[in-house]
Ligand binder design. Structure first.
Ligand SMILES: *Cc1c(COP(=O)(O)O)cnc(C)c1O
Length: 406
């Protein structure tokens, strides 16, 4: 017999770095999730922008099962067919000529930052080690990536931190220009700050960073861990902006729920990383390769991208409609199916309360900081699920508004 477990056990047994919802999901299909009590939820959280094709997609199940029956793991002393096919798909679909595979977004960014340091080391010398990043950015939780992320609350308790990382305000080109110079090896930026509040970069900001990097021979790294794989309605957000980075990191939706990360770059940069300079045991394993290959095949289609734009409109319209009645949000922003509803000053700091009210009504949403309710549903969420979810979200907002006015 298997042990009966409940949400309560989390508080007894787990390191308390998370505060999960009051319910425990046990099963899911499409964009509907069921908990231990059989209650259903519409999923606008998408596993934090991961389940880009929803839950239990038949083609992904098939890809995983077929591969599971064949070969799970070899270690990096051997390559394998699924990961080579995935590499070719990514190369054909992007600016990149070479790919490094790992298991998460943080690892992809860690690889990108190490690559930038080594390129500068080899070509210019040890003095060119500066990394410029942005406040409110999020790049992962390893010591290097959490230091590059611009939220001191996440890094300060783990000091001493890796040196030579500076932060400018996001979307402030002048502030960035003041930090980027001949000692800079890389600039790392999210085309849309996800965790930092669903804040898209201004096109002129990214264009300016591109020019500054070219001028000072620094690498421009786009962290597309959240914005990539169709999320914005383009395969990668750099395509939406028409600004090409030197290095791009991808994870989250790339595996559709199976852990995988990737760092993409050009030939000349990739060749700096010779045999033994970097690696990871599980990176590029056949299971991840098989699933991600199917994800890429299904998402990199014009109809899928058009569907993202259609769903964006439906969600924004529904938010505008409910906001005309309740006046909770001062702005709705984002691209494609990464949408942030920013709370008006009267409700500042209460995004978590709306998230809890939503769960109560049977809809899962994310927050991005204390002031933004974030939507990152599956790119293929059905119109029926989307409309049901938005109706439940409107009810949750009404109940929240009643609660705060009484
Ligand atoms: C989630 C995220 C990461 C970290 O990815 P993990 O897989 O959690 O390590 C890095 N950058 C961005 C932009 C993210 O949204």
């Amino acid at each position: 017999m298997s042990l009966h477990v409940s949400r309560h056990d989390f508080d007894q047994w787990m390191m308390p770095v998370y505060a999960p919802a009051a319910f425990v999901p046990v099963r899911a299909e499409g964009s509907t999730v069921w908990d231990q009590n059989g209650k259903d939820y519409i999923d606008f959280a998408g596993g934090i922008a991961v389940n880009a094709l929803g839950h239990a997609h038949p083609a992904l199940q098939q890809a995983l099962q077929d591969q599971a029956a064949r070969l799970w793991h070899t270690g990096n002393g051997y390559t394998n067919e699924p990961i080579l096919r995935l590499a070719k798909q990514l190369i054909d679909a992007t600016f990149a000529d070479r790919v490094f595979f790992c298991n998460s977004g943080a690892e992809a960014n860690e690889a990108a930052l190490k690559l930038a340091r080594k390129v500068a080391h080899d070509r210019f010398g040890a003095h060119k080690s500066g990394i410029v990043a942005f406040t409110n950015a999020f790049h992962g939780r390893t010591l290097f990536t959490v230091s590059a992320g611009g939220q001191p609350a996440y890094s300060k308790d783990f000091a001493p931190l890796p040196p030579d990382i500076q932060h400018a305000a996001f979307n402030d080109l002048e502030a960035a220009a003041a930090l980027i110079n001949e000692n800079t090896c890389a600039v790392i930026v999210e085309p849309i700050q996800g965790e930092g509040g669903v804040l898209p970069a201004e096109p002129a900001f990214l264009r300016g960073l591109r020019e500054l990097c070219d001028k000072h021979q620094a690498l421009l790294i786009f962290d597309e861990v959240q914005s990539g794989v169709g999320r914005t309605g383009s395969l990668y957000a750099y395509m939406h902006y028409g600004i090409t980075p030197d290095v791009l990191t991808s994870a989250k939706a790339l595996g559709g729920g199976f852990p995988i990360g990737a760092m993409l770059t050009r030939e000349d940069l990739a060749l700096v990383m010779g045999v033994g300079t970097h690696g990871t045991t599980y990176g590029g394993n056949p299971l991840a390769g098989a699933v991600a290959g199917k994800v890429m095949e299904l998402i990199n289609q014009p109809e899928m991208m058009a569907g993202v734009a259609q769903r964006h409109t439906w969600i924004v319209e529904a938010l505008d409609e409910l906001n005309q009645r309740l006046h909770l949000f001062k702005q709705v922003r984002g691209l494609g199916l990464l949408i942030g509803a920013v709370l008006s000053d009267d409700f500042a700091g209460k995004a978590k309360q709306i998230n809890l009210a939503a769960a109560e009504m049977g809809v899962m949403v994310l927050i991005a900081g204390a002031n933004v309710v974030r939507f990152a549903p599956a790119l293929n969420i059905s119109e029926q699920e989307l409309r049901t979810g938005m109706a439940r979200f409107a009810e949750a907002c009404e109940s929240f508004a009643r609660g705060t006015s009484s």
